[in-house]
Design a protein around this ligand. Structure first.
Ligand code: HEC
Length: 225
């Protein structure tokens, strides 16, 4: 095959004219824009979305951080001033206020708002030696109850005071703190002036009298006068 023959052969074989090649090429070029250098600005809506998410998340974290304490189970917990999750220590005024509330809920029907009781049936707490005297005695009265003849301020009563402690037969099932509060209240109200009674003292008596399952008689409490 001569050189001339060879040239003709290849042109024939491609079967594509210069014109058709250019057409196809132009089409390809028009469909693929040249990649540009640099960055595109973020679409506004995306910017808005991301900012809102960051904003909402920070509010969520602030409200649900639980002081970042590993001991916090309640996600809405906010540590109170005065200690991280510390058991709140009531002021003496708060103790008396809590005691008054307890008194008005459970004792007032029998012993009355003025602590005078009711002649013949309910003994007075105002001015009573039982209330302001030895704390060991009045704690026992509250925990287990009192029944039978009892002398208060020179008058004899013969009825029954219900038990308030978490004790066998204790209908009210008050805890030691509540008992200490109501006792502190009645020792400092209506002109009574006696020292507060602590929750620990109530717990101590409750523990000493574990076996006690019925109300006291006045005579049984004589040793604690
Ligand atoms: C259902 C009526 C009733 C209720 C309620 C009651 N008491 Fe009494 N309380 C009595 C009676 C009656 C006595 C005398 C018991 C007796 O006769 O043996 C008494 C005796 C007492 C005494 C010793 C005697 C005295 O007058 O000092 C104290 C202290 C006392 N109660 C405190 C309380 C407190 C505090 C509450 C409330 C937590 C309370 N009582 C609730 C009826 C009640």
């Amino acid at each position: 095959m001569s050189a001339d023959q060879n040239k003709n052969f290849s042109a024939d074989q491609s079967g594509a004219s210069d014109e058709s090649i250019q057409k196809v090429h132009a089409k390809l070029v028009s469909e693929k824009p040249e990649p540009k250098e640099g960055f595109k600005t973020m679409p506004l809506f995306l910017l808005g979305l991301v900012s809102t998410m960051i904003f909402v998340t920070s509010i969520y974290v602030v409200q649900h951080r639980g002081g970042f304490s590993p001991m916090v189970y309640d996600e809405r917990y906010t540590p109170k001033p005065g200690g991280e999750g510390a058991a709140k220590e009531l002021t003496p005024e708060q103790v008396v206020a809590a005691g008054k509330k307890a008194y008005l809920s459970a004792c007032v029907n029998c012993h009355q708002v003025n602590g005078q009781g009711a002649a013949g049936s309910f003994p007075p707490l105002a001015g009573s030696e039982w209330v302001t005297g030895n704390e060991e005695r009045v704690i026992r009265v509250l925990l287990h109850g009192l029944s039978g003849p009892v002398e208060v301020e020179g008058k004899t009563y013969n009825s029954a005071m219900p038990p308030f402690g978490k004790v066998p037969g204790g209908g009210y099932n008050w805890n030691e703190e509540k008992i200490s509060q109501v006792l502190t209240y009645i020792r400092q109200e209506w002109g009574n002036k006696a020292a507060p009674i602590t929750k620990d003292k109530v717990s101590e008596i409750l523990n000493t009298e574990k076996a006690r399952a019925k109300p006291w008689s006045a005579g049984e409490l004589d040793p604690f006068k």
